[in-house]
Design a protein around this ligand. Structure first.
Ligand code: 1CP
Length: 323
């Protein structure tokens, strides 16, 4: 999940030097420094590339901005013509600074710290492209996708193509594992889940695996609960990220098939203290008998005291045992 960000004073410092958020993503020396900041402070076992899932719409030619205090703002797709103007032809050229960030970061990281590359899964990226930004109800994207499935399928095809190119190039630049974020998967009706979530993800996994068979792909489809086992088998992902609604029983059943990653709710890290300690220890004792990567269940909250993250890192390093 997000390791970098506004909860770190050194991130806020570098952020003020950049013109805007996308400028930070596209300035390799700064983006590499931001990627390394949490590694230097907390010494986790892996770093996640600093970029964003919305660089793909930007690379396809849609207008994307990040507005202070408001989040992402895109020129929304309003019909078939808007999809026609998008092009996958210059994706790699446009995203070259991200690949340079991967190279710089890999060169700086200690050999035993893995570098995770990532992208948004097609459905989640499409929500921003149709809604023009964040949404609570997903009504616009869902109604348009249902009303004009040909156009929506064309967009999903563009996203599968561009995202696969993007991930393969991250591997070529030095990423050692990849994560696909389907943050808004829970908004998809069950009858459309295969077409909007599983199948586009499966195609990306297939293309990336043909290029880099040994690079593990982690899937994270947030909020899908009982559909996780099908999501795992039907997409071909190697490991799965769990959100904090997943129970111990569900997690253990999934872990019998693939490694799991998760699932401390970021609110425990925001609160800190004994409740955070107890919850982290509970998760470790329940899940560390099988293949397991301790992680947060979602991105870290910007008001989180970094002292809490430091304390959490200590608990994990000590194997979750009481000190
Ligand atoms: O300046 C800032 O601090 C802006 C906050 C921020 C950050 C730190 C945004 C804006 N993006 C990022 C980086 C980011 N985003 C990373 C890099 C790793 C790291 O920071 O350590 C990653 C993996 C993401 C992924 C991402 N971006 C997701 C999927 C994961 C998740 O959190 O669910 C999503 C949905 C986004 C979109 C996005 N980026 C930023 C905002 C405000 C949003 C919108 C979120 C929403 O709609 O609720």
């Amino acid at each position: 999940m997000r390791q970098a960000g506004r909860y770190l004073p050194e991130y806020r410092e570098i952020r003020t030097q950049a013109k805007d958020f996308l400028d930070l993503c596209y300035t390799p020396d700064r983006a590499a420094r931001v990627t390394l900041q949490p590694i230097e402070r907390f010494r986790p076992d892996a770093a996640i590339l600093f970029s964003d899932i919305l660089v793909i719409p930007d690379a396809l030619g849609q207008q994307v901005r990040f507005v202070e205090g408001r989040g992402p703002v895109l020129e929304p797709i309003s019909g078939p013509d808007d999809v026609t103007t998008l092009s996958t032809g210059r994706v790699l050229e446009h995203l070259a600074p991200v690949f340079e960030t991967v190279r710089l970061t890999r060169a700086e990281l200690p050999a035993d710290v893995a570098l995770i590359g990532f992208a948004g899964a097609p459905w989640t990226v499409a929500t921003y492209m149709f809604e023009g930004g964040s949404t609570r109800d997903f009504n616009t994207v869902k109604a348009r996708a249902i009303g004009d499935p040909e156009t929506f399928d064309r967009l999903l095809d563009l996203l599968v193509d561009s995202t696969s190119q993007y991930l393969k190039a991250q591997v070529d630049a030095g990423a050692q594992a990849l994560q696909l974020f389907d943050t808004w998967a829970s908004a998809v009706p069950a009858s459309l889940f295969g077409g909007w979530v599983t199948e586009p993800t499966r195609r990306i996994v297939e293309i990336v695996k043909a290029h880099a068979p040994d690079v593990p792909v982690i899937g994270f489809a947030r909020g899908i609960g009982p559909r996780i086992p099908d999501y795992v088998t039907q997409t071909g992902i190697d490991a799965v990220g769990l959100d904090s609604a997943v129970t111990e029983k569900e997690a253990l059943a999934i872990q019998a098939h693939v490694p799991v990653q998760g699932n401390l709710d970021p609110a425990f890290v925001l609160a800190g203290g004994r409740p955070m300690e107890d919850e982290a220890r509970r998760i470790i004792s329940e899940l560390s008998h099988g293949p397991f990567v301790f992680n947060l269940a979602h991105g870290i909250n910007k008001d989180t005291p970094h002292e809490n993250v430091e304390q959490l890192a200590e608990i994990i390093r000590s194997g979750g045992k009481p000190t």
